[in-house]
Ligand binder design. Structure first.
Ligand SMILES: [Zn+2]
Length: 130
């Protein structure tokens, strides 16, 4: 018994297994199954990236929700001749949280892209050898 990589999830499984124990992908696959798997992986990737992108826009909007009133207060205070410390404004919290979420989402996008590239490569190898 030796270990092989599941073309669907990439985990190590026995070459005697009928299906992958992790993702239940059948090991009696042909080229057509691999084609279908490729399309499915692409769709999942595209949908996930779309969701992450939408969330990152939300994070930017959150930051702007803090920045706009900050700038407004600043301009207003300067108009009155006050010297204001902008970092005391409540808007700073929105900017910090929005930026933090944005960075996390960007990292998640990089990880998602990397995982997709890996799976595409894995499927291409199996297609070439079967
Ligand atoms: Zn699997």
């Amino acid at each position: 018994m030796s270990l092989i990589k599941c073309p669907s999830c990439g985990k190590q499984i026995s070459d005697k297994a009928k299906a992958c124990q992790y993702c239940s992908f059948s090991m009696h696959y042909d080229k057509e199954d691999l084609e279908r798997l490729k399309v499915m992986k692409y769709r999942n990737y595209r949908d996930k990236m779309y969701r992450l992108k939408m969330w990152s826009y939300t994070a930017i909007a959150l930051a702007l929700f803090g920045i706009v009133p900050m700038v407004w207060s600043y301009v207003e205070a300067i108009g009155y001749g006050f010297n204001v410390n902008i970092t005391n404004h409540w808007g700073v919290n929105f900017v910090v949280v929005g930026f933090f979420i944005y960075v996390i989402l960007r990292v998640m996008m990089v990880i998602t892209k990397r995982a997709y590239t890996k799976s595409r490569y894995r499927i291409a190898i199996k297609s070439a050898s079967s």
